[in-house]
Design a binder for this molecule. Sequence first.
Ligand code: NOJ
Ligand code: CA
Length: 535
Amino acid sequence: MKDYKWWQSGVIYQIYPRSFFDSNNDGIGDINGIIQKLDYLQWLGIEAIWLSPINKSPMYDFGYDISDYYDIDPSYGTMEDFDRLIEEAHKRNIKIIMDLVVNHTSHLHKWFIKSRSSPDNDKRNWYIWRKGKNGAPPNNWKSAFGGSAWELDIETGEYYLHSFLKEQPDLNWRNSDMRNAIYKMMRFWLDKGVAGFRLDVVNWFVKDEKFRDNPWTIRPLNPERHKYDRNRPEVHQYLKELRKVIDEYDNRMTVGEVFTLPPGDPELSASFLGNGHDELHMAFDFSIMYRLWSARQFYTCIKKWYKALPPEGWPCNVLSNHDQPRSRTRFLGGSDSEKRARVAAVFLLTIKGTPFIYYGEELGMTNTRLRRSEIVDPLGKRYWPVYSGRDCSRTPMLWNSKENAGFSETRPWLPVDSNYKKINVKSQMKDRYSILNLYRNLIHLRKKHKALAVGEISAAIKGFNGSLAYFRFYEDEKFFIALNFSKKEKKIHINERGQWRVMLSTHRSNREHLTNLSLTLAPYEATVIMKIGEL
Ligand code: NOJ
Ligand code: CA
């Protein structure tokens, strides 16, 4: 029998710390706030928390610009608070995964301050410095956040590369001293007991050695084809090195953010798993996040995703994160949007692969509409009104129906969504039919049944006509999951005999017995059925 790891069977919950819970009423979520909500997360049943960055940062990109990897940002707390978080989380059998932001640092990191001080500094090559070409930047690469990816440093007359803001200079992964400093820092956190890392933009770490110009296409919004500044093959040798550091410790994991534009690129994401054991443990494929609400599209995405993985590789699945609109909002559906969110929940938690839940997704939280004056994300500020940035999906967690949804007693750093009287933890905990309780029941059902957590999957209805159905199985256990993505009744018929029992459903009562898999699915029905015997 195969030995499964916690990161394969468990559910991982992403917390954006600034927006989870504010324990000292300064309007900013913090580490002590997370500690106070661990009981909630334990009740929900998650295995691990992935924390968006909490390291010291001047917050040009809200923590994705780290100025000290060995310290905690004072707005989130202290190192003692972090140690307590690990301890309190472990008491509740919850693991902590950190965000490893090492494509770049903050421009205020001491490494960069030294690097920029002189071309002879021993840290000069820890970052990417080039001379300009005829008074212009070294090449045509553009920053993901707008403008040239090169910034001229007046003092030394050279340009440094920044794939994001100019306050986020890119590290030079070809430099072994720099890499060793990163590995040392990783050991510091692993020694503290963190269970692993999510690697920020892992596919951007290495750039073309010759700094060749990128080709341009006629795509109106993103004309640049990132041939030379992203997805360079040399990254894999460094990830093999990084994996060895992780493997010095027992039972840790890594998950890579393989950042691609729509439509997503499952083959590319899968390539970051190496042979399944020698690079990252998991990687995100954003294909589903970039699709509309469609059973057929969901089916083809996961099919391609599973097919792309190496034989020993393990998938993970995600509907939202802090960079994308919230899934419920993306799936549209008007007054049916909550029903769609429920179908999506059953999908996420019953297909093969580790599910990642973005905070608030379990409540059916929606994007928050913001005015220009409320936007703080540098992307939103730059591109408003064409693109309002990422703040809309980063607004405070909705805890109860009190002022500020119980997130804070002062005005939060981003506005609380106006629907918090209807959508919040407290009221949904009490309602056994709430979407929150649906998430909880699904998570607990996965814990009880290996077929759902780690079993194989085989398709039964492939998304044509708005419905999707599949089997999950493990040893003697067999499950059948049927999802109706449409607002019309759907009849499905699967030629499979046996005695079956409904284990969880948006529409049927639990324990309903079936002697075949001919079902009429109600609009937006999602039902999980277990085989209990032969006929
Ligand atoms: C990807 C992160 O998810 C995003 O939030 C951030 O702005 C960029 N990487 C830069 O670190
Ligand atoms: Ca606070």
